[in-house]
Design a binder for this molecule. Structure first.
Ligand code: ZN
Length: 94
């Protein structure tokens, strides 16, 4: 018999949000698992990092915040960057 565990997946895209010509850039993609207290960080886009108890992961690097789990504390750091036009915004992605 198969058992299914409840699991929550959250993906927050910050690239794509341009408000008053300001872009919120991810500097550090990091969060803490509230079950085992491990603080884990995703250092690049496809760097999926799993905590000690296996109930939580972070992913996405500086591109987006991808979270798996139902009990965690966000610890990411951001920087607001002002852009003159959308081509400059596109340049920030790379
Ligand atoms: Zn954990």
């Amino acid at each position: 018999m198969k058992t299914f565990r409840k699991f929550y997946l959250t993906i927050i895209h910050f690239i794509g949000i341009v408000e008053n010509m300001k872009v919120k850039k991810i500097l550090v993609n990091r969060a803490k698992c509230n079950y085992c207290d491990w603080v884990i960080e995703s250092q690049s886009r496809h760097h999926l990092n799993i905590c000690g108890c296996g109930k939580f992961f972070v992913d996405g690097g500086q591109e987006y915040l991808r979270r798996g789990g139902d009990n965690y504390t966000e610890m990411s750091e951001f920087e607001e960057v002002e852009v003159a036009d959308l081509s400059e915004y596109d340049r920030l992605r790379n």
